[in-house]
Design a protein around this ligand. Sequence first.
Ligand code: SF4
Length: 348
Amino acid sequence: MNSHTSNKPNTRKAIALISGGLDSALAAALVKSWGIEVIALHLTSPFGCTEEAQRVAKDLSIHLIIKEKGESFVDMVKSPKYGYGSQMNPCVDCRIYMFELAETTRLEQNADFIVTGEVVGQRPFSQNKAAMNLIDKISAMESKILRPLSGGNLPPTEPEQKGWIQRQDLFKFSGRGRREQLALAQKLGVRVYSSPGGGCLLTEKAFSQRLRDFYSYPTYKNSVEKMAQATLLRLGRHFRLSKDTKAIIARTDRENEELKSTWKKIGCFYFEPQNFTGPSAIAMGQLNQESKTQVVSILARYGRKTVSEPYTVETFSNQNSLETSSEFLSVTTPAQEEILNQWRVGIT
Ligand code: SF4
């Protein structure tokens, strides 16, 4: 590893974007090893987030700021200016979005520059040199973003031009290999990071199908409902019963709880089995007796019954002014697999 050459104490401050993965943890650790104060910034996504960032920051002994990518992020993903990758991952727009939030944080924290763990050529869509240049220019932070893992192969940025860091301290990593990163992790004592591949849901096919459905047939009436429904995309089994009606069935006890607590916050329907064991569900949009019975038949399919009576489910509604009303509905036959497959959105 190269060593920082200046003997003067470094009084600079950097904001390091950390995802929870190895590369961003390494970049933050490296800059910290040069005597620069590093503040970690983790941006949570409404589509799912990692708790690894907290453990990473703790392991590196650096202060962590967590900010949410809000409704404007959900709207950006619907129609990104620079298009999608292989699924609904708008990586160029996403990075511009993240850099803009990082820049706001840099100004708030009176920091000098921004650090990322990007490696040239690691992601063909957003981490090639041309894309990096474009992203820096558009986010108006050209030369403020330091990529210490690949910076030895990139044009000098402001921290280097101003002498806060030295070119020989920058690495020249490129491509998808991880051997060099793992060796550097060992040298820097970076032990905590999430495993590769546990990454962004927007790159996954099944999740992207759900997301497309969410944008194509909105069942929300306001921002709160929109964000709550966006958050639900990552959990449960999703069924599109008509263009106006969607149901989500829990897969675990934790998801049961999450669906119930979401139902309490937004106007929709909640379904709870009465005489059989099985998951709960929520349904959004327009529900008539037929669609409510369809939801009951889906719950019956995933439930277990020991009595000979029909499957009975209590259905709660808080759609009108959040006042709760309830009714009991029953079916004798669970939904058939071929019908379920017609309704299913994004197999999980
Ligand atoms: S992989 Fe996901 S989080 Fe990363 S830049 Fe692309 S869309 Fe954004």
